[in-house]
Design a protein around this ligand. Structure first.
Ligand code: AMP
Length: 525
């Protein structure tokens, strides 16, 4: 695995990468960056979560001239969410390169605002194909100086019906240009596009080694990104491992998570590549002698550590590569002990997890996020078990005397007293926290919620309009939206359970085809 220093990056990008907390180039970056920096065409087979945005973003930035205010690079991507996300990532990479302007353009946003920004001089545009064409037609995007075009998530763009739009854009670009195509899958239409528009492209695909996964129980949880810390703490409370390892993808996340966990009362410490040897030794000693029971680490930092009795591994971030997954979870279940691995998955990272399962030939089981009540029950059970052992093994005569006297005096029942003592032992309680909304059975597929929308064929809406509105308003990726059944005056659409509240909230004042809509969980027929 290479450091970014070995990839001959512009020092300003190197500085940004360091600040972003990246410790090493991901496999797709290690291979793509040298090819793309040279200006060659390239096809990269990579999923979301592999670091692909930086894989094309870094070379793109190195090739853009900050003194030239004309448009020099375009990234086409399938959704507004991805356009915004990629623009943010590339902006962060460009933080120390003064004079480079990056703008996301997508349908649904006021076009006059975009036009105003474009007039100020933008070198890199990241947009959805429809909106990019709109700007080309209005001459607010001029393609004459475009030296690089990236087709990001090309398979997804074709799934969403953007093929003609892409072709229209490609036809108008200068002949002399670099074309980079990224796609998770390589079906025939993608290869056709590659054949037509790419010039002697190099193929980049991360070659997999044979991987053996230790036989340990592996679970995953689909989480809302904002709830990751909460879910992690529930899992820690529920399973109560004596020693656990938590993996994050960046140094920055390690630091943030350690602070958060400490704030929640856990004994956690972080380990990453920026730390001095003496600091690392201190952290490791604390972990070995039980002062710290949660070690939060990056992949690089964890490589050097040797601890045998880790009870559970948590992947706070889905690893960027299958091999990392195997290394990570191999930290538990050693020396004949039982071990468990838990992975938090956000949105489309589920595809990355599917890749991991396929390549590693392993089964990672989906689990519902434990509710606050589940955690309370399990905590109570553990405390009562310990109490049982005390009843069996210790002489309680003196304590019984104290209690008898006290209960007589105060007129409490022994059950009330036991419940109060149990409450004291439970520590921080979750009471007052609102439980995640339960939509009950809406007749949807497992893991999904079926939503009712009061608009249908009669209002001349198409399935694409519904999909577009949901993706556009809530930021939910198009491919996460499930079945859409359209009737004359209403439509049913299925969305993942963990996003249902957000979708309903985002659609509250939304319009589809100019009509304000009402959206609510469907009633089971
Ligand atoms: P992407 O595959 O481009 O969607 O990237 C997924 C996430 O990985 C983003 O949050 C990036 O900031 C992050 N990332 C990209 N490259 C690296 C790296 N080399 N090390 C750690 N995180 C990275």
């Amino acid at each position: 695995m290479k450091n970014f220093e070995e990839l001959c990056l512009d020092p300003r990008i190197l500085r940004a990468v360091t600040e972003m907390g990246f410790e090493q180039a991901s496999p797709i970056q290690e291979q793509s960056i040298p090819i793309a920096i040279e200006g060659k065409d390239m096809i990269g087979q990579a999923q979301t979560g592999t670091g692909k945005t930086a894989a094309f973003g870094i070379p793109m930035l190195q090739r853009v001239d900050p003194h030239n205010k004309k448009l020099q690079a375009i990234v086409l991507c399938p959704t507004r969410e991805l356009a915004i996300q990629s623009a943010n990532e590339i902006r962060r990479l460009a933080k120390f390169m003064h004079g480079i302007k990056i703008l996301p353009v997508y349908g649904g946003q006021d076009i006059s605002k975009q036009i105003r920004s474009l007039k100020g001089g933008v070198q890199i545009v990241i947009g959805t194909p429809g909106r990019v064409i709109d700007h080309i037609n209005r001459h607010t995007l001029k393609l004459g100086m475009v030296g690089t075009i990236v087709l990001d998530e090309a398979d997804e763009m074709l799934n969403m019906g953007f093929r003609e739009d892409i072709e229209l854009i490609m036809e108008q670009l200068p002949e002399q240009r670099q074309t980079l195509l990224f796609s998770a899958t390589m079906p025939k239409p993608i290869m056709e596009i590659a054949k037509q528009y790419l010039h002697q492209p190099e193929m980049v695909k991360v070659v997999k080694k044979e991987l053996t996964v230790p036989k340990i129980d592996q679970y995953y949880y689909e989480v809302n990104p904002r709830k990751k810390n909460e879910v992690l703490s529930r899992l820690l409370d529920m399973h109560d491992p004596e020693l656990s390892l938590v993996f994050c993808n960046t140094k920055k996340k390690v630091d943030e998570l350690v602070e958060d966990l400490k704030g929640r009362g856990y004994f956690a410490a972080g380990l990453h590549g920026d730390m001095k040897q003496s600091q690392r030794d201190r952290v490791m000693n604390g972990f070995r002698n039980g002062r710290t029971d949660i070690l939060v680490a990056t992949d690089v930092a964890a490589r050097g550590i040797d601890v045998d009795d880790v009870e559970a591994v948590f992947n706070y971030d889905v690893p960027q590569d299958e091999e990392y997954y195997v290394h990570r979870i191999g930290r538990t279940g050693r020396a004949g002990r039982s071990g468990r691995a838990f992975t938090l998955v956000v949105g489309r990272e589920i595809y990355k997890l599917k890749d991991i399962q396929r390549y590693c030939k392993t089964k990672i089981k989906r689990q519902p996020i434990p509710s606050a009540d589940d955690v309370t029950d399990i905590k109570a059970e553990k405390i009562l078990e310990r109490a049982g052992a005390i009843i069996e093994n210790e002489n309680l005569g003196k304590m019984i005397d104290i209690l008898e006297e006290h209960l007589d005096e105060k007129d409490y029942s022994s059950l009330e007293m036991a419940a109060a003592l149990l409450t004291m032992h439970m520590g921080e309680s979750f009471s007052g926290e609102t439980a995640e909304e339960d939509f009950g059975d809406t007749g949807a597929e497992p893991g999904m919620v079926r939503l009712f929308i009061n608009i249908g064929k009669k209002q001349r809406v198409r399935i694409g309009d519904i999909l577009g509105a949901i993706a556009g308003e809530s930021g939910l990726e198009g491919r996460l939206v499930g079945a859409i059944d359209m009737f004359d005056s209403y439509t049913f659409v299925e969305v993942p359970r963990e996003y249902a509240s957000e979708v309903i909230e985002a659609m509250r004042n939304a319009k589809i085809k100019g009509k304000t809509v009402n959206i609510e969980p469907a009633n089971r027929k």
